[in-house]
Ligand binder design. Structure first.
Ligand SMILES: *[C@@H]1O[C@H](CO)[C@@H](O)[C@H](O)[C@H]1NC(C)=O
Ligand SMILES: *[C@@H]1O[C@H](CO)[C@@H](O)[C@H](O)[C@H]1NC(C)=O
Ligand SMILES: *[C@@H]1O[C@H](CO)[C@@H](O)[C@H](O)[C@H]1NC(C)=O
Length: 319
């Protein structure tokens, strides 16, 4: 009897829950309509396409990185059509992660699949470019950033903290170039997509930075004397050096409070500039970092054969 009553209660709760879900998504409630564009506004300008398509380059890298690290498989297994026949990434594999980090990495990777699909559907796309995610690639960046030959070589796939440090390299680039292309966008649909992509991309950067901040004072085994905080500062300096456009990037824990929020904090979980506004980078700056060549006309690094799309290809024509 008590059991039957329990089951009935559960059913009732289920029904209430379903009703609540349905109520939360009103079909045609005028109070819930998105803001209406101004009369005569254009949804997408042709020049918007190349700007948003540019982001696909970084998003292909991030998708393959996070998904492989978490699940041991990438776009070709999880959303085959998205790669549009581009070559599989080199060197990507499952990382040795704790359960918590595996879940987070998988979520971030799946988010990138969504972004690639959304951008491609709205703006058109291109096949996945050739991508290098080998441990050697990350090791070379870390040596370069740390200004020394790490021994043994840094292995991005070896542990949770190594994975987080390697992950630190990517979302900042994508988030800052997403900010950077904002002034070039004109259509209201383009702006809506852009803002929605940026909201989640900035969140990804924050999540990685937060997880690293929680470990800021730990030594990165087996590199005695080098803390997590130092690694992040050095990687940020490395990105500033590659892009060659001044200081637009800081580690998760700064040495000088003046780099923190309102020039008062040592914690720097959200790296940002004056008035805590997100940094902006141009597509050329992003490519200099992703190529690791300091030159948007010289491919390499994560994109050994270069990025695709009108903007990136345009730099090759100049070369
Ligand atoms: C993938 O592409 C094939 C052929 O191009 C098409 O038949 C299929 O429906 C697509 N699948 C999805 C999930 O879009
Ligand atoms: C770039 O994209 C075009 C389609 O837009 C494709 O034909 C070409 O093969 C791609 N190039 C590279 C290097 O991936
Ligand atoms: C790999 O991780 C183990 C701990 O899990 C550590 O002892 C070892 O030094 C690490 N090796 C590298 C190259 O990071």
């Amino acid at each position: 009897m008590a059991r039957a009553r329990g089951a009935f209660l559960l059913l009732l709760l289920g029904a209430v829950h379903l009703f609540a879900l349905a109520a939360a998504v009103p079909q045609d409630d005028p109070r819930c309509r998105p803001s209406i564009p101004r009369r005569g506004a254009v949804a997408i300008y042709p020049s918007d396409l190349e700007q948003l398509q540019f982001l696909l380059n970084a998003k292909f890298i991030e998708a393959e990185w996070f998904l492989h690290a978490a699940l041991g498989r990438g776009i070709d297994r999880l959303a085959r059509n998205l790669s549009a026949g581009g070559p599989p990434p080199a060197g990507a594999r499952k990382a040795s992660l704790d359960f918590h980090t595996t879940e987070i990495a998988a979520e971030l990777g799946y988010q990138e699949l969504g972004h690639i699909r959304a951008i491609t559907n709205a703006m058109g796309g291109f096949p996945r470019p050739a991508i290098d995610l080998s441990a050697d690639r990350f090791a070379a960046i870390m040596d370069d950033a740390m200004g020394t030959r790490l021994d043994p070589p840094f292995d991005a796939y070896n542990s949770t903290v190594n994975f987080l440090l390697a992950s630190y390299i990517l979302p900042h680039v994508t988030a800052s170039v997403t900010v950077g292309i904002a002034p070039a966008l004109m259509g209201y649909s383009s702006k809506r997509l852009h803002a929605s992509v940026l909201a989640v991309e900035a969140g990804q950067d924050a999540v990685i930075r937060m997880l690293l901040y929680q470990r800021a004072d730990e030594t990165v085994a087996p590199y005695r004397g080098h803390t997590v905080a130092e690694f992040t500062r050095r990687i940020s300096d490395w990105r500033n050096g590659m892009s060659g456009c001044g200081a637009k990037d800081e580690g998760v824990k700064v040495l000088d409070r003046r780099q923190g929020a309102e020039r008062r904090t040592i914690s720097n979980i959200l790296g940002a500039g004056v008035d805590s506004l997100g940094y902006q980078r141009t597509p050329a700056e992003a490519l200099r970092i992703l190529y690791g060549s300091r030159n948007e006309q010289v491919p390499g690094g994560f994109l050994p054969r270069g990025a695709n799309g009108t903007i990136a290809r345009g730099f090759f024509q100049l070369a």
